[in-house]
Write a protein that binds this ligand. Structure first.
Ligand SMILES: [Zn+2]
Length: 325
């Protein structure tokens, strides 16, 4: 199997590997489908394989061409990857001029445009000429998650390859095996990302940041510094819908560890940092943990009913410090 490191898309990978092995490569490919499913990653791998001087079937990863490609320094490869805004005609003209130059190292000169829907009308027209009459040895990869936003003339002249969302089980397994997430969290993020590995990773990293912040918040409260804790809560008022359930989760886990000990298996799937916090909290009296959960519930209700923030926050933190210190 070619490109085993890229999740899913078996049919697309087979089609492309067949084109590589038979050396029947189209001059312009359009990869389209949901964002974050691996379209650009696969386009890069195919480009690397085409440029490789040792093993043109899949890219050897060791030759000068592959090493230059991996370092983003390949003289026959050009990438336009906009972060924001549009792709203007100057960028496209520059790409076309570079593609028309003599090949330096490899049998092809390759251009890849990510988020090709960001081309201005002028830029798209300019690119169309190259797609219609490409210089010999030039291959273009156009990648988009919004194929309907592209001019039909451009779409019709490309070899189209549709990509779909990845199965959630596949995304969840990846998050477990490569990101070290617990099975519960991996499944939740795979579901929330609708089969987009890019989105799942973004959520996972955001979640890690939030978990870190929530753990720090609890430590601050336990150290007794409720003013710093209050300042942090005020700064994160917009995110309370995510923060408060996480706080409740830590307190509930600690309560169950306290009550059930080793019979509470959930603790074994927590990350090392989460387990440390839960085990530390589990040293507290079960009554204190219950009262902290009640205080958290009251604070959640106060937030939902738009009670006076300063008063609700101060009462909550005072109560929490009293129970957790
Ligand atoms: Zn190589």
């Amino acid at each position: 199997m070619f490109w085993p490191q890229i999740l899913g898309h078996v049919m697309q990978k087979e089609l492309l590997s067949h084109a590589l092995m038979s050396r029947r490569v189209h001059h312009a490919y359009l990869f389209f489908g949901p964002s974050g499913v691996g379209k650009k990653t696969l386009a890069l791998e195919v480009a690397k394989a085409l440029l490789c001087s040792e093993s043109p079937d899949a890219g050897c990863g060791r030759c000068r061409s592959c090493l230059l490609f991996d370092a983003s320094l390949h003289p026959d490869f050009f990438l336009i990857s906009p972060k924001t805004g549009t792709i203007g005609i100057d960028e496209v003209r520059d790409l076309i001029e570079r593609l028309a130059l003599k090949r330096v190292l490899s049998p092809f000169r390759i251009g890849l445009i990510d988020e090709v829907e960001k081309l201005t009308e002028e830029a798209a027209n300019c690119l169309l000429k190259t797609v219609e009459e490409p210089p010999e040895g030039v291959v273009l990869f156009l990648v988009t998650s919004q194929v309907l936003a592209l001019p039909g003339t451009l779409v019709s002249r490309c070899q189209k390859l549709a990509f779909s969302a990845l199965p959630e089980e596949l995304v969840a397994r990846y998050l477990e095996e490569h990101e070290g997430l617990s099975p519960d969290l991996a499944r939740a993020l795979a579901f929330a990302s609708s089969g987009s590995i890019g989105e799942a990773l973004r959520l996972a990293r955001g979640m890690e940041d939030t978990l870190f912040a929530v753990r720090s918040f609890l430590e601050t409260v336990q150290e007794g510094d409720i003013f710093r804790a209050g300042f942090w809560l005020s700064q994160h008022r917009e995110e309370l819908h995510r923060i408060l359930p996480l706080l409740a989760g830590y307190l509930r886990d600690a309560l169950f560890v306290r009550l059930l000990g080793d019979r509470y298996h959930r603790v074994t799937v927590l990350s090392r940092e989460d387990r440390c916090l839960v085990e530390r909290l589990a040293h507290l009296d079960s009554g204190a943990l219950r009262r902290a959960l009640v205080a958290l519930g009251t604070f959640s209700e106060d937030v939902l009913s738009n009670a006076q923030w300063d008063v609700a926050c101060f009462h909550f933190l005072l109560k929490l410090r009293g129970e957790l210190s």
